[in-house]
Design a protein around this ligand. Structure first.
Ligand code: SIN
Ligand code: CO
Length: 377
């Protein structure tokens, strides 16, 4: 284990076994995934976070039985939340890892899965009986019990029809096959589209480490739009038809114009490097509500770490940071890839970095994307 590594969150299962046997395949309950789990945020601090404009939050109440399901979107002033004595409500706060170091560190314990798949860490607080009802999520999720107890009921059912009379995603026909009571430190992994319902037994908090995946439709539309923006003026062509003859079918689209459309697309799709560049820039783009605070440009840097909001990825030609890309090769690529994988560079790493790389890292520190470390590490 390296100096900065924390113990696995997978209990006795290795990351390799988890990815082979469970990831995207079947649920896994890990008792004491984090032994002696201590809450990383207090109820009060969570409520304060939910009152902020740039934090996405939701309040769900009801039980789908005597009390109908209700959902409101934040931000919520603390007094806008139901009293703690009231049962059957839950507050869900997204992207907590972008705001608090402890949650960024928790997120980092799941980096046996590629960063490009990670979405965020959501924290939910529930009063007794609180939950969001029986539903399924479209993506993989690890549900870590932070404090208190939650009863999960899960089902591999194929019928995922949703009710259309409620303001949130609730399954019409939930047939739970398995029930488990999670205590602080226990964690349940669920693959996409697995039916589940978590109900708080007394007040409790749950952390959801959530993943994301894009559909082929979104990929195509986003990448094509980005590829179109890469166009340079030398290769830009406007359709021309100097040999168009007089037509007696003025409404018919000329076949030559159709061919121009196909050629335009094929030309874009033939440029694999541009596609990978567009992909990396897109995947590393922070969410719209994320902003960075610029800092003084350092004269020298002894060590550097990425900001918890920074997204850094790489492929064989480029490194990507927060939606921008840099071509790099050789030793420059090695040091920048190390920065992306470790989210940290030591003074020894920086001592062998080329001056251009150091300049780039200073630019990133100035932009607030990275932070200079105070001492050798
Ligand atoms: C919750 O934390 O209350 C809901 C998480 C989930 O079911 O995905
Ligand atoms: Co869920």
């Amino acid at each position: 284990m390296k100096k900065h590594d924390l113990p696995s969150v997978l209990g006795s299962i290795s990351p390799q076994e988890f990815m082979r046997d469970y990831w995207q395949k079947k649920p896994l309950l890990i008792r004491q995934a984090i032994p002696g789990m201590q809450a990383l945020i207090s109820r009060k601090a969570l409520f304060e976070l939910a009152s902020e404009e740039d934090v996405e939050s939701r309040l769900v109440s009801g039980d789908g039985d005597s009390q109908p399901w209700q959902m409101r979107r934040g931000p919520f002033k603390p007094r806008a939340l139901p009293p703690l004595s009231r049962t059957h409500w839950t507050l869900l706060v997204q992207g907590v890892d972008l705001h608090l170091d402890a949650f960024a560190q928790l997120r980092n314990r799941f980096r046996f899965i590629p960063d490009a798949r990670l979405d965020d860490v959501m924290v939910s607080y529930a009063s007794d009986g609180g939950g969001v009802g029986p539903h399924f999520d479209s993506y993989d999720v690890f549900l870590l019990q932070a404090n208190g107890q939650r009863r999960w009921r899960i089902s591999a059912q194929k019928n995922l029809q949703l009710r259309d009379d409620v303001p949130l995603k609730i399954l019409s026909h939930f047939k739970p096959a398995k029930t488990m009571l999670l205590e602080a430190g226990d964690m349940l992994y669920l693959p996409p589209h697995y039916a589940h319902e978590g109900v708080a037994v007394g007040e409790c908090m749950t952390y959801s480490i959530g993943f994301k995946a894009e559909t082929n439709h979104t990929m195509a539309s986003v990448l094509l739009a980005r590829l179109a923006d890469f166009e340079n003026l030398q290769t830009m062509k406007t359709y021309s038809d100097p040999f168009q003859s007089a037509t007696v079918h003025p409404a018919q689209i000329p076949s030559q114009l159709q061919k121009f459309a196909i050629d335009s697309l094929q030309q874009k799709l033939g440029k694999e490097k541009d596609i990978f560049c567009a992909l990396g820039e897109w995947l590393s783009e922070p969410k719209p509500e994320v902003w960075f605070e610029s800092q003084a440009r350092p004269d020298s840097i002894k060590g550097v770490r990425l900001d918890k909001k920074s997204k850094m990825l790489y492929d064989k030609d480029c490194v990507f940071l927060n939606g921008e890309s840099w071509h790099c090769k050789g030793d420059d690529a090695l040091v920048l890839r190390k920065f992306a994988d470790q989210r940290l560079l030591s003074s020894a790493d920086l001592a062998v970095a080329a001056p251009e790389v150091l300049q780039l890292i200073k630019d990133w520190v100035q932009a607030g994307w990275a932070h200079s470390l105070p001492q050798n590490c």
